[in-house]
Design a protein around this ligand. Structure first.
Ligand code: X2X
Length: 340
């Protein structure tokens, strides 16, 4: 967070003769922002996350009556996830959207919602993540210099795409070089399924696919579409192998510097935008398969049971049950049903 710096002070001061205490933006007078806040994410500007983020920023700026200037940096403008996450922790970025699974590189127990085939639909997801499972994870995050707003945003149910041949059965994944986000559970899951997972930040994913450094990747349809991954991938296998979201994380000490009224404005705007974005992504997932087919992608459905069975027999569930511990696992199964 940046308080009024020397340059903006001077700019304001030079306008003071015309309009004391005000600066001019596009011909309109605004009080100079007291707090400039930086919010960053890894998704394209056309993804619902960024459409809602722009709305959210405008709302915060308006409700704060110009005291806050809420800046949105989409599409890895400030670096890949690893860089942005370290900037969040240092306070160079105030807010950052991160998958609970990638957060697992820092807080291993935060990945629990990413267990394969845990949630059968969105009702189960929101019950868990707005309920005790999400509360458990947010509490773990709060032990660090960061925090998560109450309402997680939606990434979606993930599907596998490949360049040269479709994935119809588990055997088709054997040895396939598959890009996964950097996260212990992602690597573990795709090793258990027999693939050869490679951790690559989303910022480098399109080019890794384009140059055939990897054969495939997995992401929700809303991302395959808005990040134009269909340009460099041919097949899409509807595995729905896990649900993924984005915590809107904040830097605790920069948030604590804001007065309570501004904190409340931001909290409400972030949570409301997140709730709308959940629905947007759900709707986009339902209408995007046809668009991707029109763009030349070939789709196939799979028997999810076959993939889940492979996770059972490979010991994936048993291993992670041990790592998360009986209490957290019981919370997961409360919403997911018996796993493993
Ligand atoms: O990196 C990915 O694949 C993405 C965009 O889905 C996440 O941020 C987890």
């Amino acid at each position: 967070m940046h308080h009024i710096n020397r340059r903006s002070f001077l700019k304001t001061a030079s306008l003071a003769a015309a309009a004391p205490g005000l600066s001019m933006v596009a011909g309109r007078a605004y009080a100079a922002a007291e707090f400039t806040l930086r919010y960053a994410n890894n998704l394209p500007v056309t993804h619902p996350m960024n459409i809602r983020a722009r709305e959210m920023a405008a709302r915060i700026n308006a409700e704060s009556k110009g005291r806050v200037e809420f800046q949105v940096f989409p599409n890895n403008q400030l670096g890949g996830d690893k860089d942005m996450f370290s900037q969040l922790r240092s306070g160079a970025i105030d807010f950052f959207m991160l998958s609970p699974l990638i957060l697992g590189t820092y807080i291993p127990a935060a990945q629990i919602s990413g267990i394969g085939f845990a949630f059968k639909d969105y009702n189960a997801v929101w019950a868990a993540i707005d309920g005790e499972l999400g509360a458990h994870v947010r509490q773990l995050i709060e032990e660090k210099p960061i925090f998560a707003f109450e309402k997680i945003w939606n990434n979606g149910f993930r599907q596998i795409t490949t360049a040269s041949r479709p994935i119809a059965h588990v055997k088709d994944l054997q040895g396939v070089k598959l890009r996964v986000p950097t996260s212990p559970i992602w690597t573990s899951m795709f090793k258990s399924l027999g693939a050869s997972p490679a951790s690559v930040d989303f910022a480098e994913t399109y080019s890794a696919l384009q140059t055939h450094v990897v054969e495939g990747q997995e992401n929700p349809l809303a991302i395959i579409y808005t990040a134009k991954l269909y340009e460099v991938q041919k097949y899409c296998s509807m595995t729905n192998h896990m649900w993924d979201g984005f915590w809107c994380l904040g830097n605790k000490s920069s948030f604590a510097r804001l007065p309570p009224d501004l904190q409340a404005i931001i909290r409400n705007a972030v949570n409301d935008a997140g709730m709308k974005e959940r629905q947007d992504v759900d709707a986009l997932e339902r209408e995007t398969r046809g668009k991707l087919e029109a763009a030349g992608m070939k789709f196939n459905d799979v028997d999810q049971g076959e993939f889940q069975q492979q996770l059972r027999t490979s010991g994936f569930y048993a291993d992670w049950q041990k790592q998360f511990g009986p209490q957290a696992w019981a919370l997961l199964e409360k919403y997911a049903g018996k796993l493993g």
